[in-house]
Design a protein around this ligand. Structure first.
Ligand code: SAH
Length: 194
């Protein structure tokens, strides 16, 4: 694997994610929102995450900026990053499909929202966030630059830490004991660990 090959894999990850998301984003525009927590804070978190996982690494690939933060390219790391990128894309596909019309880009409960607790959601409450963490890992492994490589962890990490408790609180308000029981028997993002 060469550095430009690794850049191409990262681009494929971003394009693949976008293609997976298009039909869900379209449908979500047509699905009525029953309760929204998409406030200014949520919007800011989305922008920070988009910057870290998208704008910063894509600008690095396009311009090489900031080159002072470059380090030696490691083909084995890049192959490992290719595997985690493939895993992330599979998880994105499966989780979007499982959530269906319940999916929102932000904190929203839809009209007729159902709680998904089977399939990939049986043991994990936030497998789509697992997929974004895998994206951040791929970014760090594929891009040999401290700034662009770590930006995904900082950007998505900020969204994750700023959102997770509020999302679960929103789900408890909507689904009550059903969600509390689900939270007891499942993990957030890593089976058996967290
Ligand atoms: N946190 C989940 C979903 C991310 S999409 C994951 O990482 O897989 C965010 C939206 O999904 C939230 O606004 C909420 O309305 C919805 N949601 C989260 N968990 C859900 C579940 N188990 N069933 C149905 N909808 C869910």
């Amino acid at each position: 694997m060469t550095p430009s090959g690794a850049n191409a894999i990262f681009l494929l990850l971003a394009v693949g994610w976008y293609i997976i998301r298009i039909p869900h984003a379209r449908r979500s525009r047509r699905t009525r929102v029953a309760r929204s927590r998409k406030d200014i804070r949520e919007k800011a978190l989305l922008i920070v995450s988009l910057a870290g996982l998208g704008i910063v690494p894509l600008a690095y690939i396009a311009t090489g900026f900031p080159s002072f933060a470059d380090y030696a390219f490691n083909p084995i790391a890049a192959w490992a990053g290719t595997c985690t990128a493939a895993g992330a894309l599979v998880l994105f596909f499966v989780t979007h499909r499982a959530l269906g019309r319940n999916w929102s880009i932000s904190l929203e409960v839809r009209e007729g929202h159902t709680l998904v607790t089977d399939g990939i959601y049986r043991h994990l409450r936030h497998p789509m966030y697992t997929a974004f963490w895998l994206w951040a890992v791929s970014q760090a492994l594929l891009l040999p630059n401290w700034f662009a490589g770590c930006a995904g962890f900082v950007g998505f990490g900020t969204l994750f830490l700023g959102r997770i408790a509020r999302e679960e609180q929103m789900m408890v308000e909507r689904f009550g004991d059903e969600y509390r029981a689900y939270a007891v028997r499942s993990y957030r993002i890593l089976p058996g660990i967290y």
